[in-house]
Design a protein. Structure first.
Lengths: 225, 318
């Protein structure tokens, strides 16, 4: 599903965020990306979501070479990606409902359809009764879950989560990971960036470790190092 | 993977979806304007005044042109006869001209009368005394029926008078009217230049308003794009907002001009009464109101389009 071949990423500032990255994540798989702060986890996810462009190498997502996804193809490509941001990035002047509805609104769904799907997504993250609230009135963890609902509401083929448990207590973190696992079980390819090593080890999924932009290990699924 | 994004749809549904997206964008823009009433009011007020100025000048001009043409029509025609035309023939011509459907009255001025008038008016009395014979021809003063003249009819009448066998030449008694018309032509051009400048001002105002609202909604635009909004989807509310600002501004301009006309109508009628004229100040005709609104809408659209092209690119990820 996701294949990186000798991928380099250099920001315009000159920072080399990724160097010669090779990796492969199967369709329907669930994988974690870990590493210290600044290792390049967010950058890796942003390249897959086409929020940034890699500067060398090749990225293929679901058979599409990302270099050829340009112009009008970009919005169509992004409609198959769900993304949760490290810094939430909710719209603070819109209700929870409107925030979650955003991916459906931009792709022109009908209102009845939107309402049904948004409520289902909010129900899944346990925030259905807060749908009319503004994000300001929610705790950090609740905001994070609004972001998760927004990332899955349009049923993307690939779900990318950047530090989705950063603001959550251990129990809620675990519940959230289980939630991602449920999405994975219905066929969504899930990639999660997290530095909570203890927890991701307990999930027993492949772990990709980055250090200063290079792949350190690409450990297999059975919870091993 | 892309297949999911393009669900098979029948044409009817495509049209409905397209229409509903446009209506959504329009309502959204209107909602944004209502949510920021002070800002929208200031912008539309500036647009309204900018459009009202040329519209008002246009009205002043159009009304002045009516005045000029009314007085131009009132001018008498002086028909100078050839030197060899006898007084009897001059009288006969006058009589026959009185029967002309476009003529109200004809007065014959004999060479002697003409000379006496000239002597009185010119002050060359002594010099004229020296003349052995009267050098002036007889003339007919023709008062045309103004109600029957419009457009070029006056010129045609003049040409017909010149063509008479007894006629030497014929001319309007209206030099000052011609000067007024020339002046109005200059003013006409000045109004066009002013209108072009103010249209540019409206473009800049709308462009700036849209630029500000793009920057205020930067985050929203970014997130919309990250979740697959197309360029058209992002632009649409801004374009509608520009059109709405332009239209509301034009509406305001119309109200301002109509108000001014209403205030002036009384005094103008009084003045016209003093000149025993039926003249009334005309406001904007329905056709011109439509034009004004059209110009407002188009300026709004162009202004916002320029701003969108210029500033959305700064935000667009990738
Ligand atoms: N927008 C940017 N412009 C320039 N350099 C950037 C940008 N974003 C990240 N970098 C640099 O790229 C490197 C990798 O950053 P990245 O955000 O991918 O790290 P990370 O692993 O997600 O860290 P964290 O755990 O703190 O989120 C860092 O050295 C950072 O300074
Ligand atoms: Mg990060």
């Amino acid at each position: 599903m996701i294949h990186f071949t000798d991928v380099h990423m250099r920001y315009t500032s000159g920072a080399e965020a990724l160097k010669r990255v090779n990796l492969s994540i199967d369709k329907g798989a669930m994988a974690f990306v870990t590493g210290r702060s600044g290792a390049g986890k967010s950058t890796l996810l942003r390249l897959i979501a086409l929020i940034e462009r890699h500067t060398r190498g090749q990225i293929i997502v679901n058979g599409q070479n990302l270099e050829r996804v340009t112009g009008r193809r970009i919005p169509l490509y992004r409609r198959n990606i769900g993304f949760t941001f490290q810094e939430h990035r909710l719209l603070y002047d819109r209700t929870v409902f409107d925030n979650v509805a955003l991916p459906l609104v931009v792709s022109g769904h009908r209102y009845q359809d939107i309402r049904r799907r948004v409520q289902a997504a909010l129900d899944k993250v346990g925030l259905l009764e807060k749908q009319k609230h503004l994000p300001i009135a929610l705790s950090g963890g609740e905001q994070q879950r609004v972001g998760i609902a927004r990332a899955v509401v349009h049923r993307p083929a690939v779900l990318l989560a950047d530090e989705p448990t950063g603001n959550l207590d251990p129990i809620l973190s675990w519940d959230t990971m289980k939630l991602f696992e449920q999405f994975n079980q219905v066929g969504v390819t899930v990639v999660i960036a997290s530095h909570d090593l203890d927890m991701i080890r307990r999930m027993r999924k492949p772990i990709i470790t980055l250090r200063e932009g290079r792949i350190l290990t690409s450990a297999g699924g059975e919870g091993g190092e | 993977m892309t297949a999911r994004a393009r669900l098979p749809m029948d044409p009817g549904r495509v049209v409905t979806a397209w229409l509903s997206q446009h209506i959504q964008a329009l309502l959204y823009s209107a909602g944004q304007m209502c949510r920021n009433p002070l800002g929208s009011l200031l912008t539309t007020a500036v647009i309204g005044i900018s459009l009202a100025l040329p519209a008002a000048f246009y009205l002043v001009l159009a009304n002045s042109e009516r005045v000029a043409s009314a007085w131009g029509g009132a001018a008498r025609v002086t028909l100078f006869l050839k030197m060899d035309v006898t007084p009897e023939r001059a009288q006969a011509l006058a009589t026959s001209l009185r029967g002309h459907p476009r003529v109200l009255d004809v007065r014959v001025i004999s060479p002697d009368e003409a000379l006496a008038e000239f002597r009185r008016a010119s002050g060359f009395g002594d010099a004229i005394e020296q003349l052995e014979e009267n050098p002036l021809p007889a003339a007919l003063l023709i008062q045309p029926d103004n109600a029957r003249f419009g457009g070029t009819a006056m010129e045609e009448f003049l040409a017909a008078m010149r063509a008479l066998p007894e006629a030497d030449t014929a001319q309007f008694d209206r030099q000052w009217v011609q000067r007024l018309v020339a002046l109005l032509n200059i003013l006409h051009r000045a109004v066009l230049i002013l209108a072009a400048l103010l249209a540019l001002a409206v473009l800049l105002i709308i462009g700036n308003t849209i630029r500000l609202s793009i920057y205020n909604r930067r985050t929203e635009i970014e997130i919309n794009m990250l979740f697959g909004a197309t360029g058209a989807f992002i632009q649409r509310p801004f374009l509608y907002s520009g059109i709405l600002h332009g239209l509301v501004g034009a509406l305001l301009a119309w109200l301002l001009v109509s108000g001014a006309v209403r205030l002036l109508q009384g005094p103008v009628a009084e003045l016209a009464g003093l000149y025993a004229s039926e003249f009334v100040l005309h406001g904007l005709a329905a056709e011109n109101v439509v034009k004004l609104l059209g110009i407002g809408g188009v300026l709004g659209w162009v202004g916002s389009w320029l701003a969108v092209q210029r500033h959305l690119r700064d935000i667009t990820p990738l």
